[in-house]
Design a binder for this molecule. Structure first.
Ligand code: HEC
Length: 276
């Protein structure tokens, strides 16, 4: 931990407070421009690789792992969950347009009737409940994690397409943005300290990914059986800076996911991928 603290101090970067009430699109464009300026060697499509985009060696290693992913069996378990009918005979596919193909890029969205952000995972649980099944725990990687690891592959190749329209949606987006730029934890870092201001730099032994592109490839497998959803990753980052993270599926994390995913708009989705 001492090493981590020293590394953090070494980064020395301070996240500036975000400009008040810019539009989501101007937020996204400003970040894209900032990264373009810092990383002229990266093409827009490279951002989906996160930190790997800065290391040809790590990227080559990633690509060889992805030729025969060690987690195919896990995704297969997710496929079985997706295809196994509920007690009433229906399946998840019945809850989505197009049988669940090319839909995940629209999540999260803001539901005006519910007055809150709906994530893809919430939609899977809403589907379960509508069909008389108990919802899965959002932090439960053996159920929700594996189900999602397959369900999202049905949207591979889709581009992230998040909309922020109306006052409720704008307020949720702003809450997520505030969380991202606010310092947390005993080490007093914001998400932006690492994934905006220090993107492309090395923290201890790890290269830091830019926030743009981070939402395109979830869940990830960090080893054959270690599936990690996006909100679990948020929690992991917060624990590293000694913050007590909100729970996966909480409104705080859902709002953060809404803002965070918006920043990946237009980038191609691909699930599930390997990450160290
Ligand atoms: C102290 C620095 C630090 C802070 C603060 C931090 N992270 Fe991270 N984060 C990392 C490191 C290191 C990794 C692993 C390398 C990488 O992919 O960037 C990572 C990885 C990630 C990833 C996975 C990227 C991928 O492509 O697999 C996401 C998403 C992420 N962080 C989001 C967040 C969010 C949201 C916050 C704020 C709640 C946050 N992080 C705060 C250091 C940080």
């Amino acid at each position: 931990m001492r090493k981590l603290i020293l590394a953090l101090i070494g980064l020395g970067a301070l996240a500036g407070p975000a400009a008040a009430l810019a539009s989501p699109e101007s937020d996204r464009e400003a970040l894209v421009r900032q990264f373009e300026k810092h990383f002229p060697e990266l093409k827009p499509g490279d951002y989906v690789y996160g930190a790997l985009a800065f290391s040809p060696d790590a990227k080559a290693q990633y690509e060889s792992i992805m030729e025969f992913p060690p987690f195919l069996e896990e995704i297969d378990q997710g496929k079985k969950m997706w295809e196994t009918p509920f007690k009433n005979g229906k399946t998840y596919a019945s809850c989505f347009p197009n049988g669940g193909r090319n839909v995940a890029g629209h999540y999260p969205y803001y539901d005006d009737k519910l007055g809150k952000v709906v994530t893809f995972e919430m939609k899977l649980n809403m589907c379960r409940e509508a069909n008389g099944e108990k919802p899965y725990g959002y932090g439960d990687m053996k159920t929700m994690g594996l189900l999602e690891s397959y369900a999202r592959t049905l949207s591979d190749g889709m581009r992230v397409d998040i909309k922020v329209q109306g006052s409720g949606a704008e307020a949720a987006y702003e809450r997520g943005k505030k969380f991202f730029y606010t310092r947390h934890g005993q080490l007093n870092f914001a998400c932006a300290s690492c994934h905006v201001d220090s993107a492309g730099k090395v923290l201890r032994t790890e290269l830091l990914s830019p926030v743009v592109g981070q939402a395109t490839h979830w869940p990830v497998f960090r080893a054959a059986t270690n599936v990690v959803t996006l909100q679990k990753r948020y929690a992991g980052c917060l624990k590293n800076i000694r913050a007590v993270p909100p729970k996966p599926g909480s409104e705080e994390f859902n709002d953060l996911e809404y803002f965070h995913t918006y920043l990946s708009n237009g980038l191609v989705m691909h699930s599930s991928v390997f990450r160290k």
